[in-house]
Design a protein around this ligand. Structure first.
Ligand SMILES: Cc1cc2nc3c(=O)[nH]c(=O)nc-3n(C[C@H](O)[C@H](O)[C@H](O)COP(=O)(O)OP(=O)(O)OC[C@H]3O[C@@H](n4cnc5c(N)ncnc54)[C@H](O)[C@@H]3O)c2cc1C
Length: 484
């Protein structure tokens, strides 16, 4: 039997481990890995780069063993890596060593065959699958395919890709950002985690011409991480809670979920909506106050939503259709806002630079054009035109499948074959829950054809998070391995 895993970031590596550890695994099963990059197991997030590319979240939420939240923490201690932290956070290249340590023995298994290739097409032939890559047609037939292709590509909303001094994909930082010349004025499009990585690198390694601009559509930076020192589980909603609260029809009422969250917050004297309203304008001064006053309401909400989102897919897919709609319209954005944090020390630096007018956040950006001198001209709702020599892109990834089919050959071919279709208003790819099998109008449920990661985000909500990637890969791999 042949199994194909397409994409070998941490998601693909975890699928490999789950297959090999499964009780039904045997020596006759060959696992073929297709990965276009040289470095295995890391994807874009943890690929070789500067030490200053840091994890966004604390070690507790970065365990590769879902049964043991301390797995990464203990590994750091065992390997004497605790002192490698920068601005209080672990470098992503240290996390890459942890990935390689954890998955290394599976990668060395003699039944695992690596193909250093970019997959361009996958098609069904009878009950098996064929794979075409940039190296040609693979001779093998596959009984099952796991797509673990992760993030798509960075968006280019202002069509700047062909211009000099536009840095479309900022990673690796120590190559792309390093190339900026002293004296050049710089604008960053975005203020999310990628923009934070860029800022940190510039601040520590480059002689920046100030002010440094951040151009955003509406929001500024994510809220400051207020450290919370109580490690106890404060969120009552987990797998057990969902099971106990299911109705006769298998759904959990949203009202019950909301009440439990409200009660959990009230127990400690906090309220999620109040906290969201306090910070949703992304005001840097408000973040500064939050740190000075040690706003426990914010820190509680951050810790709570971190725990809650560890079960996001399960909760979301346990709701009935109308309740799901209500969550889409009223709650997903709020939870995503609170759970996404700017590391504490980094935000302290931002506050300091902001007060010295070294950085400027321009909200309401409308357009970015290039003038006859090759300078970037940025227009926004509230400011006069701003000109910069360099623009660094940190807009986030293309999540719209109908756009991505123009930029990704594999997605284009799968869409043409009607194996994949968009899930939510053109975004994401439809998969079933909890199997993560592809679903479409032509073939229905695609047996033995799985997808996890960013593209499954309409089902696996809030999945820009290691824990979701690990959990979804396990569920998909169990679905296949349980039945062989
Ligand atoms: C910059 C960045 C920082 C992040 N930081 C954190 C963090 O601190 N904490 C956290 O929990 N999460 C973080 N995330 C979220 C992150 O998405 C997950 O933690 C995780 O890395 C995703 O793993 P993945 O395997 O699904 O995707 P990826 O890591 O994107 O891996 C997908 C792999 O598939 C390969 N591939 C794609 N298409 C093809 C093809 N056609 N043929 C062959 N190979 C292909 C790619 O080369 C890549 O190696 C971060 C994400 C990014 C982008």
């Amino acid at each position: 039997m042949n199994i194909a895993v397409v994409g070998f970031g941490v998601g693909g590596a975890n699928i490999l481990k789950t297959i090999i550890d499964h009780k039904n695994y045997n020596d006759k099963i060959k696992i073929h890995i297709f990965e276009k990059n040289e470095e295995l197991g890391v994807g874009l997030a943890y690929a070789k780069d500067t030490n200053y590319k840091l994890l966004n979240v604390h070690e507790r939420y970065m365990s590769l063993n879902l049964d043991n939240p301390n797995h990464f923490k203990d590994w750091l201690k065992d390997k004497n890596k605790d002192d490698k932290k920068i601005e209080g956070m672990v470098p992503r290249i240290v996390f890459a060593s942890y990935i390689k340590d954890t998955f290394g023995k599976y990668m060395e298994n003699e039944n695992v065959i690596f193909h250093h290739a970019k997959v361009k097409d996958i098609y069904k032939e009878g009950s098996t699958f064929r794979i075409v890559s940039d190296k040609g047609n693979c001779n093998e037939e596959f009984d099952s395919v796991f797509l673990s292709i992760g993030q798509s590509y960075y968006k280019d909303s202002y069509n700047l890709k062909d211009y000099k001094n536009y840095i479309h994909n900022p990673f690796p930082l120590n190559e792309k950002i390093e190339g900026i010349k002293d004296g050049q004025s710089i604008g960053i499009i975005g203020a999310g985690p990628t923009a934070i990585d860029i800022y940190r690198y510039l601040r520590n390694f480059k002689d920046v011409t100030y002010p440094l601009y951040f151009f955003t559509k509406s929001n500024g930076f994510s809220p400051i991480d207020i450290p919370y020192y109580v490690d106890d589980d404060i969120c009552s909603i987990d797998e057990k809670w969902i099971e106990e609260n299911k109705d006769y029809d298998g759904f959990v009422e949203l009202e019950k979920v909301k009440k439990q969250i409200k009660d959990d917050f009230a127990k400690y004297g906090h309220d999620l909506t109040d906290t969201y309203n306090k910070y949703k304008d992304t005001d840097i001064n408000a973040y500064n106050m939050a740190l000075k006053e040690n706003d426990l309401g914010l820190s509680f909400a951050q810790t709570y939503t971190m725990q809650l989102t560890g079960h996001a897919a399960l909760i979301y897919n346990s709701l009935n259709g109308l309740d799901k709609l209500e969550v889409d319209n009223n709650y997903l954005e709020m939870i995503d806002f609170i759970v996404t944090k700017t590391p504490t020390i980094t935000m302290q630096n931002i506050v300091e630079d902001y007060h010295k007018a070294k950085i400027k956040v321009i909200k309401g950006t409308n357009d970015v054009k290039v003038d006859s001198d090759g300078k970037f001209v940025v227009t926004s709702d509230n400011e006069e035109e701003i000109k910069t020599d360099v623009i660094i892109n940190a807009q986030g990834f293309e999540k719209n499948l109908l756009s991505a089919v123009n930029g990704d050959i594999l997605l284009a071919n799968l869409y043409k074959r009607k194996y994949i279709e968009d899930d939510v208003n053109g975004k994401f790819i439809r998969v079933a829950y909890p199997s993560y099998k592809l679903v479409n109008k032509k073939f229905g449920l695609m047996e033995n054809f799985y997808l996890n990661g960013m593209w499954a985000g309409g089902t696996d909500v809030l999945n820009n998070d290691l824990r979701s990637i690990i959990k979804s890969g396990q569920l998909a791999a169990y679905d296949f391995m349980d039945k062989i």
